[in-house]
Design a protein around this ligand. Structure first.
Ligand code: ATP
Ligand code: MN
Length: 421
C-alpha cells in the first residue's frame, strides 16, 4: 500500500481508497497481515426491506393531512427521509411561513424549549437565540452547563443530511415578532415570565431547571427574536421512541470520569451487549461519533430510536443544542467510540474522503446548503474551517486503524491521531 504523501504534499488518502477497493478476502488477508482481529470498514448491513411508518401502521393520508404528516408517514426503518426528498424543503418552508397559533413550554429537558402550533395543525420545537454567532462556550462551563445554541440545531441538520445519514429532523431559522407571535400566543406559566427590560426590550425566561430566570432572560430587539424551528417528531401514540443510554456517555459530574475514559477494552465489552452485538446499531454509534466530533457536541447522553422498527433501525440525531461551541478546539474524546472500536461504516468513510478531496469541501457544501435559511449565515466562519480540519483528523484515525493491529498502544489517542505521516 502506498505511503501517504510526504511533508507539504496534500494527503489525498489514496491508501484508504485502495483499501476500500480490495475484495473482502483481500481485506481479510491484509488484516491478518497487520494482526487486526475485527474489520475496520464495514458495509451497510441492511436487510432488503425498508418499511415505512405509514405501511406498518396502515396510516392513510387524508385530504387535510399536513405536510408534516406526509413526512411522518414516510419515515422508514432505515432513515427519516430518502435521498433528495422534496418533502424537506416543503416542510422547512411551512415552518418559516405558516402563522403561529399557540406556544407552550416543552416540559422535560433542562433548557427552555417551546412547542409551536401552526395554523395548519403542524408543530415545531423552538429554541431561542441567546447569543451572537461568535460567542464560544464559556471557558469555565462544562458540556453539561453550556448554553444551548439555536443555530447549532440548524447547522447540524444540514450536516446530517450532507453526510448522508438523514437521521436529524428538518430544522430552520425564523425571525419572530415576540409580541404577536409569542406573547399573544402564550398562556399560563409561560405568559407570566414575559417582561420589558430597562432598555425597553421584550424579554421572557420561561420555567426550566437551567437558565430560566430573570438574569438569563431571552430578550428581543426590541421585540424581534430569532430562533430555530425543528419539525416535530411523530406523536408518541403513532410512533413511540425508545431512549437508550449512550454507552460512551460522559459522567455528567464535575469530578468523575466514565468507565470508557479509563478502560482500554471498553469497546470489546460494548460489542458483546445487545443491541450492539449485531445489526447496524454499533455502526450507527460510530456515525454519531463522527457527526458529534465534527460539530464538537459532547452532550450525547442518550439517543432515541423508533420502537416500531425494532433494534435494526437507525438512531435519531436529536438535540444538537450544545454543538458548535468551540471552533478552535478539536475534542478527541468525542471520537472515542471510533478510536476504540476502530470501526466505521464504509459509506461514511467514502463520504468523508469525498469531502476531503473536494472539489467541494465540507465547509463549502455547508455554506451552500444553509444559504437559503432565513437567518443565514448560520455558523461563524471558524466553525466551518473546523469541519474541514476535523474531516482530515477522522481520516487519519481510520488510516491508523487500517494499518495497525490490535495493539493496545495504538488505542492511545496521542499515538493514533497526533502523528504526522
Ligand atoms: N423535533 C422534535 N420533536 C419532538 N420532540 C422532540 C424533538 N426533538 C427532541 N424532542 C424531545 O424533546 C426532549 C428534549 O429535547 P432536547 O434533548 O433537545 O432537550 P434538552 O433540554 O437538551 O434535554 P436534556 O437536557 O435532557 O438534554 C427529548 O427527549 C426528545 O424526545
Ligand atoms: Mn440536551
Amino acid at each position: 500500500m502506498a505511503v501517504p504523501g510526504g511533508s507539504g504534499e496534500k494527503d489525498d488518502f489514496s491508501d484508504i481508497v485502495d483499501y476500500i477497493m480490495l475484495t473482502s478476502s483481500e481485506r481479510v488477508k491484509y488484516r491478518e497481515g497487520v494482526g487486526r482481529v475485527h474489520p475496520v470498514i464495514k458495509n451497510k448491513v441492511y436487510s432488503g426491506k425498508n418499511p415505512t411508518l405509514g405501511q406498518l401502521k396502515g396510516l392513510k393520508l387524508r385530504k387535510n393531512s399536513t405536510l408534516l404528516e406526509h413526512f411522518h408517514y414516510q419515515i422508514s426503518q432505515n432513515e427519516l427521509y430518502p435521498v433528495g426528498s422534496s418533502l424537506i424543503d416543503a416542510v422547512l418552508h411551512e415552518m418559516i411561513t405558516e402563522p403561529i397559533t399557540h406556544v407552550a413550554q416543552k416540559t422535560g429537558g433542562t433548557q427552555l424549549k417551546l412547542i409551536i402550533d401552526y395554523e395548519n395543525g403542524m408543530q415545531a420545537l423552538f429554541k431561542p437565540m441567546r447569543f451572537p454567532r461568535e460567542q464560544q462556550t464559556l471557558p469555565n462551563h462544562f458540556y453539561f452547563t453550556d448554553y444551548e445554541r439555536h443555530n447549532a440545531e440548524i447547522a447540524a441538520f444540514h450536516l446530517d443530511r450532507l453526510l448522508g445519514f438523514r437521521r436529524a429532523m428538518p430544522v430552520t431559522g425564523r425571525i419572530l415578532n415576540m409580541t404577536t407571535e409569542l406573547y399573544q400566543k402564550a398562556d399560563g406559566d409561560l405568559l407570566y415570565t414575559f417582561f420589558i427590560s430597562p432598555s425597553d426590550n421584550m424579554c421572557f425566561h420561561g420555567k426550566c431547571s437551567y437558565y430560566c430566570d430573570t438574569s438569563h432572560a431571552i430578550c428581543g430587539h426590541p421585540d424581534t427574536l430569532e430562533g430555530s424551528f425543528a419539525a416535530f417528531l411523530p406523536p408518541s401514540k403513532i410512533a413511540p421512541t425508545k431512549a437508550w443510554r449512550h454507552p460512551w456517555r460522559r459522567s455528567y459530574h464535575k469530578r468523575r470520569k466514565a468507565q470508557w475514559e479509563t478502560d482500554p477494552d471498553y469497546c470489546q465489552l460494548v460489542r458483546e451487549i445487545p443491541p450492539y452485538d449485531k445489526g447496524r446499531r454499533l455502526l450507527d454509534l460510530m456515525d454519531m461519533s463522527v457527526f458529534d466530533f465534527l460539530t464538537g457536541n459532547m452532550d450525547r447522553h442518550h439517543y432515541e430510536t423508533f420502537k416500531i422498527f425494532g433494534n435494526n433501525t437507525f438512531t435519531l440525531h436529536l438535540d444538537q443544542g450544545r454543538a458548535f461551541g468551540k471552533p478552535f478546539h478539536d475534542e478527541f474524546s468525542i471520537l472515542a467510540p471510533v478510536l476504540h472500536c476502530c470501526l466505521l461504516r464504509q459509506s461514511t468513510l467514502e463520504t468523508l474522503i469525498k469531502f476531503h478531496n473536494g472539489p467541494v469541501k465540507l465547509s463549502e457544501a455547508m455554506r451552500r446548503s444553509m444559504k437559503k435559511d432565513p437567518v443565514n449565515p448560520i455558523l461563524w466562519e471558524p466553525h466551518l474551517v473546523a469541519l474541514d480540519r476535523r474531516v482530515e483528523i477522522i481520516l487519519k484515525a481510520i488510516r491508523d486503524c487500517i494499518t495497525k493491529g490490535e495493539n493496545p498502544a495504538a488505542m492511545d489517542e496521542s499515538t493514533v491521531i497526533v502523528k504526522d505521516d
